[in-house]
Design a protein around this ligand. Sequence first.
Ligand SMILES: *[C@@H]1O[C@H](CO)[C@@H](O)[C@H](O)[C@H]1NC(C)=O
Ligand SMILES: *[C@@H]1O[C@H](CO)[C@@H](O)[C@H](O)[C@H]1NC(C)=O
Ligand SMILES: *[C@@H]1O[C@H](CO)[C@@H](O)[C@H](O)[C@H]1NC(C)=O
Ligand SMILES: *[C@@H]1O[C@H](CO)[C@@H](O)[C@H](O)[C@H]1NC(C)=O
Ligand SMILES: *[C@@H]1O[C@H](CO)[C@@H](O)[C@H](O)[C@H]1NC(C)=O
Ligand SMILES: *[C@@H]1O[C@H](CO)[C@@H](O)[C@H](O)[C@H]1NC(C)=O
Length: 270
Amino acid sequence: MHFPSMRWLLVTCVGAIIGTTTATILEVDVVFPRNETYAPNFWFPIVFAFQNAKSAELLNFYITFDIWNWHKNLGESYGYSHELKWANWSSHEPYFEYRFVDHLMREGHWRLQWTVSWQSCNEIAPPGNLGQKMIENDTTWYVNFATNNSAPAVDLVAATANKTTCARELGHAINVTDRTMDSDLSANWARRWTCAVVASSTPTPTPDPCRVTIDSANAASMTASWNAKLCKGLNPPPDCPKKRSASQQLRVVGTSCVLAASGALGFLLL
Ligand SMILES: *[C@@H]1O[C@H](CO)[C@@H](O)[C@H](O)[C@H]1NC(C)=O
Ligand SMILES: *[C@@H]1O[C@H](CO)[C@@H](O)[C@H](O)[C@H]1NC(C)=O
Ligand SMILES: *[C@@H]1O[C@H](CO)[C@@H](O)[C@H](O)[C@H]1NC(C)=O
Ligand SMILES: *[C@@H]1O[C@H](CO)[C@@H](O)[C@H](O)[C@H]1NC(C)=O
Ligand SMILES: *[C@@H]1O[C@H](CO)[C@@H](O)[C@H](O)[C@H]1NC(C)=O
Ligand SMILES: *[C@@H]1O[C@H](CO)[C@@H](O)[C@H](O)[C@H]1NC(C)=O
């Protein structure tokens, strides 16, 4: 019975060869805020960046973050979560995931603390036990920043152009191979048949969040899409474009019903 071990050896070798030739360093960074003081802003941006974003596609990323007023009141905190398992990773490089929050419109000392979670294939799971063929991993870190009326206004372009204010701690590098394996739908957060193999490289690759800059076009597009979202919401700000015609509105309602129905279906499948 020497065949199975020979075959296993062959698979391992082929895997190693493929792994070495096609590994990509994916990096998740917090690019704003930095450890700095800014003027309070009604909508204050929190920006994550994914470098080599295409390799994030099968990793089912999920981000949660909290912002708390650590100076004054330990009980005051705000939590957010971002589901990225279906993100369009090829839409932009680097890929920016951002949120504008509305409680940093006054002075304070804040802490942004985040957890980024992802899934990859478990290569050493016993064969036939698909349910175990996923590894869950996460990284948690924080940055302190302040808002003060005498500080400069929030400026994403200027902040990310400054290479002295980004700390290595704000980035996390993941060595993703091009190799994929079968995954069990029930173990896969995105209910996909496929997972990606992450190389267990030691030492872990060094992240470089300083590489990421937000140019004025990126910044404008973030603001524009945020405004568009607000205008579609329940309490649109006064400067939104004119209301749509009745027939157009009907179409929008129809679309949201379909979305709601598919959302309900997704829920039932959970
Ligand atoms: C990434 O993983 C591949 C495959 O295991 C390895 O050859 C390569 O050295 C790793 N890269 C880094 C920067 O650790
Ligand atoms: C993802 O983004 C790219 C570039 O913007 C676009 O061409 C493509 O159609 C998008 N894919 C999906 C599935 O939306
Ligand atoms: C931020 O900067 C202050 C002083 O400028 C420092 O005390 C603090 O430890 C820094 N670190 C973090 C994580 O924000
Ligand atoms: C804001 O900055 C000014 C000047 O640097 C300082 O005196 C003041 O204490 C700061 N306010 C807060 C709330 O930290
Ligand atoms: C970068 O940030 C540091 C610390 O806040 C500041 O002292 C420096 O002037 C900034 N550099 C530029 C080019 O804005
Ligand atoms: C989690 O990811 C880090 C680097 O991204 C890696 O060093 C570590 O081995 C991973 N943990 C597991 C359980 O795969």
